[in-house]
Design a binder for this molecule. Sequence first.
Ligand SMILES: Cc1cc2nc3c(=O)[nH]c(=O)nc-3n(C[C@H](O)[C@H](O)[C@H](O)COP(=O)(O)OP(=O)(O)OC[C@H]3O[C@@H](n4cnc5c(N)ncnc54)[C@H](O)[C@@H]3O)c2cc1C
Length: 469
Amino acid sequence: MTPNQTPVVIIGGGISGLSAAWYLQKQGVPYALLEQSRHWGGKIRTELVDGYGAPFVVEAGPDSFLTQKPWALQLALELGLHDRLLGTNDDRRHTYVLNRGKLTPLPEGVMLIVPTQFRPFVTSPLISWPGKLRLARELFLPARTDDADESLADFVRRRLGAEVLDKLAEPLLAGIYNTEAEKQSLLATFPRFRDLEKKYGSITRGMLEGRKARASAPPAKYSVFTSFKTGMRELVDGLLPRLEGDLRLETGVNSVAANPDGTYTLNLSDHTQVMAEHVVFTTPAYVTARLLADVCDVAADILADIRYVSTGTISLAYKRDTFNHPLDGFGVVIPRSEQRPINAVTWSSTKFNYRAPEDYVLLRVFFGGSRSPESFELDDAALLRTVRSELRAMMGVEAEPVFTRIFRWREANPQYDVGHLDRIDALEAVLPAGLHVTGSAYRGIGVPDCVRQAQDTAAKVAESVKERA
Ligand SMILES: Cc1cc2nc3c(=O)[nH]c(=O)nc-3n(C[C@H](O)[C@H](O)[C@H](O)COP(=O)(O)OP(=O)(O)OC[C@H]3O[C@@H](n4cnc5c(N)ncnc54)[C@H](O)[C@@H]3O)c2cc1C
């Protein structure tokens, strides 16, 4: 092979591309990894802010990964990062829900959206009495047994009632996905609910059974949400020195062409070309659609139909002695019906240690998406004014932040609309041999799901490369 020929090219150096490279390398497959920006890691980006004694750890994208989905944890352990892992401060794990403008604690024992403890739920003011009675009826409703998709909103209304949708499911479950509950695919995002409905006839009964099983199991070794001592970028920094392939930053792929011998030629932003037998796209679906337009228009059309929204975060640091709120929890979720210009607030320095120096606190506010699209378009000064006024109204915060950091993620959040998994099956069925898509647009948006999909794709590619050899 010439220097510009390689069995596999991976496009995009976020966690999907980096982990695809890692799993290919582990199977002895040579690869090139091309990233258009100046940085590895894509949405995993941590800024350390010095000058205050110890550094602040400011996350621009993900602040943690779920360990119940084991793939990111396994990757971290493979990379020898076990000493660097950092769990949440679970003794302070409380979530608040904004309810008619007031912070209201999420009752103890609510798992996802289902109460599993009687007393805290019945005494909570979050759900009205008619709402609580409607929820109790869930135990007796007939179960749906077919496999058709439905929206998260339809599912929750059908099983648990409109109030649980408004106060719990919408801010907690649609919030995680930055999506609209009325459009969000149940099967692509929370398939477990349908499984519980089928198996137990009721998700409440299913959750209670799950709770019993967990109570008799040994305690989990890792916190449900885990990060690293100096932030999520440790996962990227842990991978990079171990990757031995052809790694190129500031190398965007402009177009892809199919060759008669079944290989592909990629035209790069530095005006060079590279040829490959396999191309793994980890780029956003609309970018992949553009790159595939001349190779497979049916695949390009399906990809172009995957919607994205733009979201952002603003981190605000304060001196502790000027800050008058106890920050006794992990933060606040805000139902859409509250109609606020921000979506949620994480109390980062309570959720994790090492996020702020001793005498300071750190918050992170989420904005944009379909909940507050107008906030995404504000300039920095107007955004900061809006966010500070929200923090004042919700938490009584009058203090002046010592610094703020704003990160905007334009067209960065894929939307798993109803029927999403069928669309992905159809996409995979039409992709020509040698072309693969993997990453957050397809079968899971979280970091663990991106790692799992990359692992699966690498296994498929490695098998084909070895067969040909
Ligand atoms: C604000 C925010 C908070 C989040 N919080 C969490 C969380 O707490 N936990 C969690 O698990 N997940 C979270 N997520 C989701 C998770 O971060 C992402 O889904 C995941 O990091 C996506 O990884 P990826 O590699 O698939 O895509 P990306 O990280 O988007 O990487 C794609 C890469 O492709 C590159 N690229 C694009 N076009 C080209 C081209 N033509 N040529 C070459 N390269 C190209 C881009 O520059 C980019 O680096 C969050 C996301 C956001 C935005």
